[in-house]
Structure formats: structure tokens, C-alpha cells
Design a protein around this ligand. Structure first.
Ligand code: WT7
Length: 664
């Protein structure tokens, strides 16, 4: 039987409210008889939030003092070219100065990064060592001719050289674009070509579940179709590596030659681009979301403090991959600007055993743990014994991100990992928002949690839920979340496509940022994000567009047309299903089905998970020939069809229905 869609509104009525706070660093569940105001709004949060909206100039001026500027800005926010908002105009700042140089005096010998892999091999880098490595890497980049504004594509697994390479680019003002190493050839080609990258940084392989995953091979294939790439910088991991004499340069060779060189951070403008990170939207082509040194830098610095409350004795374990925004902001830029210690783990949670993460928490004394609902659901299935086997008493705060967390997963996480004591911050944000937007903020004394709610907006975040007409909904009425004014972490634009930026984010509702998620707000102002309102899937928390998958399917010689939709999945949250029309001369078969799935995985990446492919002779379409994905979705998930008056040919629905029934 199909699983019901995650329904957070239902959950609200099921759960009792929990009130958590800290008193002298001890966590207590707050008595319910306290007045509401005192329970929910601890002074720092309440005050800051109010000030951020009532006196934004003054507020941001004060907040900006938390990072160091080479020279001060003249204007907090430039709205003259809205919706292309620019923050801290005239200011000079380089994010790597705040992430590295700034800490040398006070915490140079403190560990910045712990790294470990599946086998238990480990490395650690102090702030001073990281600073050194970044400087040397920056020198190499300069020697390779990389200059300010050049784009560098990075295709690396979670190894220490990944953050080192990112910081090295940022240090010299080059723009990095990290591609998640779970993406395959076509995805890499599209991203290199869209960014017009000059240099690609990669390594031979990573190891996943004990098996070598060849990364360099994907780059070799991709670069042959990417004319802008001049060199490929290859980081050697073991002896097995094939180099292309003319194109490839070996990192280990260059680093030896570079010696210990200091590279002064580029005197970047607050509004200079820091990175491009591609993400999926409603068309086939991924969007190059780009962020800037000043606004993104300050936003990740502040949100790390406000939400995770990182202090000097914390060990922060964020299980995300740096190839996604979660890793950019909360493994690299946020924690490092705060001088925190992060743990990076190159591997999966359930290999060699389903207690791999808990082993790491125990070994490193992790205090703050940040993961995804999909990971929790995966680990839940192995049973709680795996958690119980470890001493997790160092933990003080848990986090969740990437997709709505369902009640069962929340409870399991709270009870087994948090021992029914620790707050779970359910942080809602996006690649586009740069940092966390809605969450509890323990760093501001606001530990107040309602299970299944993301929480209150962070200071500076003017969030609301709108109905179709752009009017605020009533409490607990479903609508679209919007952000009514810019915040420092707002995306600067879509790389090379300003129109798409305006169209995607600022045209559904006039003058407000539209994230594309459904949400409700309750009478206490708590937000509950309910899921995507567009053609974007969240497979295991990974964002992937249905059109992107369709484009790959129709590039297969057997496929004439396809419609891809998402259906709920008990572990991954959502998985893809396709209805496919074959070209003449091709017959439906299990074999063809398998090879299509394989083809998509090889082309886009193994993150695309299908629960099925249905072969049909025609797709439901409107009279003007548009594929009606909504109808496909209703038929496949067994829901009522809704309005089908624009449907051209009813028999397409009957056929699909029959085929779906045959299968279940
Ligand atoms: C989309 C953004 C933000 C870092 C990871 C994903 C969904 C994200 C939550 C959450 C409910 C969430 C939204 C959002 N999402 N966090 N805590 N609760 N939904 O970044 O790949 O850009 O995806 O992820 O649908 O729009 P992303």
C-alpha cells in the first residue's frame, strides 16, 4: 500500500509540545505552566528579531562587526536594482581571512578539521596547518594561471583537500563550483560548460562500502566535452592513476615545488562572487546559484552561531557532503569563520556497520550532530541497539535538514540519539538562501521546540505564508512560504541567466522571494515546511528536477517521450517514477526497464533512484500538447484525478491506470 504523504499538520495534533531550554548549560524540559511569552521567546532572540525588522540598518551594522573587514562598507543594502539585492556596498572582505587568518593568534593550534574514512584512517588539521595548506594550494592555482573571477570546478569526495581547494580559490578571488561526487558525466559536463570553468580539480577515486568509485574517469570523459577546461589538477591518493600528459597536472608535484608560500588574501569586494553551486529547478537545465563574499560570509557566520551555538570546546559533526550547500555553509564557511572544530567523514552511515556514525561521535566526543531525515530513517531500520552500544553523552544538540522530518523519524532521533533530552533543530533553508532561515536558535537562548515544526524565523528573516492570491493565510492554513525582504545570504543570482533569477524567485508574488515550498504557520508564529510546491524531487534529501531526469530519458535511443514524477518512499522520502513512451521498433521489457534506470544513473548520477518505470503508448496531454504530469502523478499514486477538462485523450489515462494496476 502506498505510504501516506508526510503530513506535518496531522503530527501537530498527535504530539504534546516540548519545551526545552538550558539553565547553566544543563537541559531541562520547561514546565508548561510558564506564561507563553517566557516559554517561547527568550530575551536575546526576541529582542534581536524585533530589532532586525524594525531597525535593519542599525541591526546589520552591529552584526557586521562580528566578522573582520579589510575596509568598511558605505551602505548596508543596495535595493536600487531589485530584486538583485546587494549587501554591504563598498566593503572589502575576504571570507578566507575570517575563516583562517583571523584565528591564527587565538586558536592557531586548535583542530579545525578532523577527517576519517570508512576504514578508520584519519587526519587532522589545526587552524595553522589548514592555513598553510590553503596558502600552498592558492600558490599552485596562481602558478596555473588562475586569476580573480576565474571559475574552477571541483569534483572531489569528502577529503580534506576539498575544503582546502575551496578556500584556496576563495583566497585568490577565484570562483569555485563544487560538483557533488555522486553526480555523473553529463551533470559534470553541463556544469563545467555553464560556468565556463578553466580548471578542474579532482582525484582518482573514493571508497564507498569498501568499493572503489572511479572519479577521474568521469572527469576524463567530461573534459573531452568541455572546451573551456585548460588543465585538470589531480590529487593522487594511491598509485593507481592515469594521467593525460598535456592536460593533467599532479597536485603532489606542484605542492612540493610551491613549498611554504604565503598568499595574501585577495582584497575582494563584499559583492565579489565566492562560489557557484548548481541546483535543480523546474526546467531541465540546472541553475548556477551564486553567492558573494560579504553577505554569504556574514550570514553563514551568524547562523552558525545562532543555531548551533558553536563554542570553542565543541566538535561539530555535519554528515552532509560538501558537494551540497549544507556542507558549503556548515562544514566549511560557517564553522571555520566561527573558529570551530568540524569532523568530516568520507563514507556512508551503515558501513562497515550501522553504528559507524555513533562510533565517530564516541571517538571524537562530538557535541553537535547535524544530519538528514533520510539518514535517520536508514539507521532506524537496523534497530536501536546500534546506538545504545555507544557512549553519546558528549552530544548537546541535534539537527535535521534537507526535507521534512516525519514523526517516526523525529521520535526515534529524539529518543535514541538525544536520550529524550536534547533539542533537535529542524533547520529549513535552501541552496539559494545561503544559510538557515527557519529553526530554533539555541545560540540566542531560543530552544523552544514543537516536534514537526521548523520553528521561528531567524533574525532578519521576514517570513510569511501566502495563499494563491499573495495574501497571508490564516493560522494553520496551507500556503506558500515567502520571504518578504532580502537577507544577507540571499543568492546573488543565477549564473549567466538574470532573467531566470527574476522569473523563478520573484514573479510568483510581486516583490517577495518565493522559495517554492508549501508551508503552514501556526498561531504562535511557528513555521512548518510541508514540501516542494514545484516539479522538484527530494530523493534522500537530494534535490533533483523531474525535467532533468526526463531530458536524460529521452536522450536514450529507445525513448520517445517521458513524464517523471515523485512518489513517497519510506526511507528516501521520495523516489522517481517514470511513464515512458517507446520509439517505434522497441518493445517494453524488464530488461529495457533496467537498462533505462542504469542509463539515468550513469548519466546523471546514482542519486536518482527509481521505484519504477511504466511503459505506455501515449502520455496524458493537454490539447495544446503539454504533458500533464499532475495527472500522471494522480494515477500512479492512486489519488483522484482532479480537473481533467483540458485532457486531450482520456484513453491515455485508462491505459496508464491499467498498467499501474497490473504492477501492484
Ligand atoms: C529544499 C532545498 C538546505 C540545505 C539542504 C537542502 C527542503 C530543506 C528542510 C527542512 C523541510 C526542508 C525544502 C527546500 N528542505 N530543509 N528542515 N524541513 N524541508 O538544500 O538542495 O537547496 O533544497 O529542501 O523543500 O526548498 P537544497
Amino acid at each position: 500500500a502506498p505510504l501516506p504523504f508526510i503530513n506535518r499538520q496531522n503530527m501537530l495534533t498527535l504530539e504534546i509540545l516540548l519545551y526545552l531550554t538550558t539553565i547553566n548549560n544543563k537541559r531541562f524540559i520547561m514546565p508548561e505552566n510558564l506564561p507563553f511569552e517566557e516559554r517561547y521567546y527568550q530575551p536575546p532572540y526576541k529582542q534581536l528579531y524585533r530589532e532586525s525588522l524594525e531597525e535593519p540598518e542599525k541591526f546589520w551594522l552591529r552584526m557586521s562587526e562580528e566578522i573582520e573587514w579589510f575596509s568598511p562598507f558605505q551602505k548596508v543594502l543596495d535595493e536600487s536594482n531589485a530584486p538583485f539585492y546587494r549587501w554591504f556596498i563598498g566593503g572589502k572582505v575576504n571570507i578566507t581571512y575570517n575563516a583562517l587568518d583571523r584565528h591564527l593568534k587565538t586558536r592557531g593550534n586548535k583542530v579545525a578539521i578532523y577527517w576519517e574514512n570508512e576504514k578508520g584512517e584519519s587526519r587532522s588539521l589545526t587552524y595553522f596547518q589548514l592555513y598553510n595548506e590553503v596558502n600552498r594550494f592558492a600558490k599552485i592555482l596562481q602558478d596555473l594561471g588562475i586569476q580573480k573571477g576565474d571559475r574552477v570546478l571541483i569534483y572531489l569526495p569528502l577529503m580534506p583537500e576539498l575544503p582546502i581547494a575551496m578556500l584556496a580559490c576563495a583566497r585568490i578571488g577565484a570562483i569555485h563550483s563544487v560538483v557533488f561526487s555522486g553526480f555523473s558525466t553529463q551533470a559534470v559536463i553541463d556544469r563545467i560548460n555553464d560556468a565556463k570553468a578553466k580548471l578542474v580539480i579532482t582525484t582518482s577515486h573514493t571508497v564507498r562500502r569498501g568499493k572503489r568509485v572511479e572519479l577521474k574517469r568521469i572527469i576524463d570523459e567530461a573534459v573531452s566535452q568541455a572546451p573551456t577546461v585548460e588543465k585538470v589538477l589531480v590529487i593522487k591518493r594511491d598509485e593507481e592513476i592515469e594521467l593525460n600528459e598535456e592536460r593533467d597536472v599532479l597536485y603532489q608535484d606542484l605542492i612540493k615545488r610551491a613549498g611554504y608560500k604565503k598568499v595574501e588574501p585577495e582584497n575582494t569586494d563584499s559583492t565579489d562572487p565566492l562560489f557557484i553551486l548548481y541546483t535543480s529547478g523546474t526546467t531541465g537545465k540546472p541553475k548556477g546559484i551564486y553567492h558573494l563574499h560579504g553577505g554569504y560570509g556574514l550570514w553563514t557566520h551568524l547562523t552558525t552561531k545562532w543555531v548551533f551555538d558553536l563554542r570553542d570546546d565543541d566538535i561539530f559533526f555535519n554528515t552532509a557532503d560538501i558537494g551540497w550547500i549544507t556542507g558549503h555553509s556548515y562544514i566549511v564557511y560557517g564553522p571555520l569563520q566561527n573558529g570551530a572544530t568540524v569532523l568530516m567523514y568520507e563514507g556512508v552511515p551503515d558501513y562497515p556497520n550501522p553504528d559507524r556514525w555513533w562510533e565517530l561521535v564516541e571517538k571524537y566526543g562530538v557535541t553537535v550532530f547535524y544530519t538528514s531525515p533520510t539518514a535517520i530513517r536508514t539507521l532506524m531500520r537496523y534497530g536501536e541497539e546500534w546506538v545504545k552500544a555507544h557512549d553519546l553523552s558528549t552530544l548537546r544538540l541535534l539537527g535535521s535538514v534537507g526535507e521534512p522530518i516525519n514523526p517516526e523519524a523525529w521520535r526515534w532521533y529524539f529518543k535514541n540519539v538525544g536520550k529524550s533530552q536534547l533539542p533537535i533543530v529542524d533547520t529549513w533553508w535552501q541552496t539559494e538562501t545561503g544559510g538557515i532561515m527557519i529553526s530554533a536558535t539555541p545560540g540566542l537562548g531560543n530552544y523552544m521546540l514543537k516536534p514537526s515544526a521548523n520553528g521561528l524565523p531567524l533574525p532578519g528573516v521576514d517570513a510569511e505564508v501566502f495563499d494563491e492570491e499573495g495574501k497571508p493565510t490564516k493560522a494553520r492554513e496551507k500556503g506558500y512560504i515567502v520571504i518578504k525582504r532580502p537577507w544577507p545570504g540571499i543568492l546573488a543570482g543565477v549564473w549567466g541567466d538574470p532573467e531566470r533569477y527574476v522569473k523563478t524567485y520573484f514573479s510568483k508574488f510581486q516583490g517577495v522571494y518565493y522559495p517554492g515550498d508549501y508551508a503552514v504557520k501556526d498561531e504562535d508564529g511557528f513555521f512548518y515546511i510541508l514540501g516542494r510546491a514545484d516539479e522538484v524531487l527530494k530523493i534522500a534529501g537530494h534535490r533533483i528536477g523531474t525535467r532533468e531526469i526526463e531530458d536524460v530519458l529521452i536522450s536514450h535511443p529507445a525513448v520517445a517521450e517521458s513524464a517523471v514524477i515523485g512518489i513517497p518512499d519510506p526511507v528516501r522520502g521520495e523516489v522517481a517514477v517514470a511513464a515512458v513512451v517507446l520509439k517505434q521498433g522497441y518493445q517494453p521489457s524488464d530488461e529495457l526497464r533496467k537498462s533505462l534506470i542504469e542509463y539515468v544513473k550513469n548519466t546523471l548520477g546514482p542519486i536518482v533512484v527509481f521505484s519504477g518505470i511504466y511503459f505506455v503508448t501515449k502520455l496524458p496531454k493537454t490539447r495544446s500538447g503539454k504533458i500533464m504530469r499532475r495527472v500522471v502523478r494522480s494515477v500512479i499514486s492512486g489519488q483522484s484525478l482532479g480537473d481533467t477538462s483540458t485532457l486531450e485523450d482520456e484513453t491515455s489515462v485508462d491505459e496508464l491506470k491499467k498498467i499501474v494496476e497490473e504492477f501492484s
